[in-house]
Design a protein around this ligand. Structure first.
Ligand code: CTP
Length: 402
């Protein structure tokens, strides 16, 4: 859930601030990119150096860097917009009250007011402060803004008293956020099939007909679908990628187009969405040799026969409600040919790759594509990372094809 997420951790002036160091470690371990913002009072409890080292990012606490002779401006708006998720932990009663009233007298609060992402807050205070109607009113007000309250826990408090008010343990905060995100995830309960990579068609036991597809686009699609809460089946040809294990991810390795067809057909019936990004070899050697071919002759002619078209086959059995997305690689009359493929293969969307564009296509980390829903519904995307393209594809599916 948190892999690749940009998380902004706001730490305020409570003794529980020491736990923010564990929190950073847990978030980083879960695969998130973490930036920390402190309230000025938080620096009395935990050092920026510790948090910067753990988060591997600079830690900020003021609008202007007073040490910098140029008076460097720390951009609270930019930071607020950078985040996919903001967590304020610990959140003191003072901070809650300022968040509720819209005060921006600290950098942290300026960032909070600028953030457009979901904001979680984990209060930390003494039991009577936590129970006080003013605190309760502030918490309710923050919830009415859409902020998410991570309730405090019971136990021994810094005052020596015992009761409810201490900040939730870092492990519990992480579990709370993960459970909340998975409840909110737009593809929760959905099954997604992605195919990716090349296929290798044997000429003999040591040689093959293949192509340069890396599988990166397909892996980005699978990871995005996972992050959106789906159960994902990735059918992938030979590749050099590192694929992290995930409970909701099944990887099916295949070699040839016919194996890819078999694996995808077996899965497709139970799927809600299938995205076919594989570069399936259109042809295969008609008669692969059983033994390594010797170079006895001056010429070698390979007879190739047509492979099955996986996308076309799935399009033929697609049920109402299932969504099928194909890719198209075209070097001429790109849009016209892509629209033809959309209809011929009974797809709901075609992602048109423009391989001639700079930084696009096989092996690159970026891609430039057009999303084609019909001849007059064409949505161009500028050059972006394959991860961003994957995110745009699923956003389009959710917004236009649901
Ligand atoms: N595709 C497939 N099986 C094939 C060939 C292609 O499933 N044997 C799928 C690809 O995964 C992609 C789409 O069809 O989603 C379009 O692939 P592309 O290579 O652009 O087109 P082709 O259908 O192979 O047609 P052509 O090579 O003639 O352009």
């Amino acid at each position: 859930m948190l892999r690749g997420k940009k998380i902004l951790l706001g730490v305020t002036g409570s003794i529980a601030a020491y736990k923010s160091t564990y929190l950073v470690r847990l978030l980083v371990k879960a695969g998130a990119e973490v930036k920390v913002v402190l309230s000025p009072a938080a620096r009395d409890f935990v050092t920026p150096l510790t948090l910067a080292t753990l988060s591997k990012n600079p830690v900020l606490w003021e609008y202007f860097d007073k040490e910098d002779e140029q008076g460097k401006w720390n951009h609270h708006v930019q930071l607020g917009l950078w985040a996919d998720l903001m967590l304020i932990a610990p959140a003191t009663s003072h901070t809650l009250s300022k968040m509720a009233s819209g005060s921006a007298d600290t950098f942290l609060l300026g960032v909070y007011l600028s953030a457009k992402c979901p904001v979680y807050f984990a209060p930390a205070m003494d039991l009577d402060m936590y129970k006080h109607p003013a605190t309760r009113e502030n918490i309710e007000k923050l919830q009415s803004f859409g902020n998410i309250w991570i309730p405090s826990e019971e136990g021994e408090l810094a005052s020596g008293l015992s009761g409810e008010g201490r900040m939730a343990e870092p492990e519990n905060i992480l579990a709370f956020i993960q459970a909340h995100l998975s409840d909110q995830a737009p593809l929760r309960g959905k099954k997604v099939l992605v195919n990716a990579g090349p296929t290798y068609e044997p000429i003999d036991p040591v040689r093959f007909v293949g192509n340069h597809s890396s599988g990166k686009m397909g892996l980005a699609l699978a990871e995005t679908a996972l992050a959106l809460g789906a159960e994902v089946h990735l059918v992938i040809g030979p590749h050099q990628l590192e694929i992290a294990e995930e409970a909701r991810l099944t990887v099916v390795p295949v070699q040839t187009a016919r194996e890819m067809l078999e694996a995808c057909t077996a899965l497709f019936d139970q799927m809600d969405i299938a995205v076919m990004s594989a570069a399936v070899s259109d042809y295969r050697p008609a008669d692969p040799a059983g033994q390594k071919i010797k170079k006895d002759t001056d010429e070698l002619v390979l007879k190739l026969v047509k492979n099955p078209d996986v996308l076309y086959s799935l399009g033929q059995v697609k049920r109402k409600g299932q969504r099928l997305v194909g890719f198209a690689l075209e070097t001429e009359n790109a849009v016209e040919n892509a629209v033809k493929k959309l209809h011929k293969k009974n797809c709901d969307l075609i992602v048109l790759n423009m391989p001639s564009e700079k930084g696009s296509g096989f092996g690159h980390d970026t891609n430039e594509v057009r999303l084609i829903q019909s001849a007059d519904k064409i949505y161009p995307l500028t050059l972006k990372s394959k991860k961003e393209i994957a995110r745009e594809i699923f956003t389009y599916i959710l917004d236009h094809l649901s």
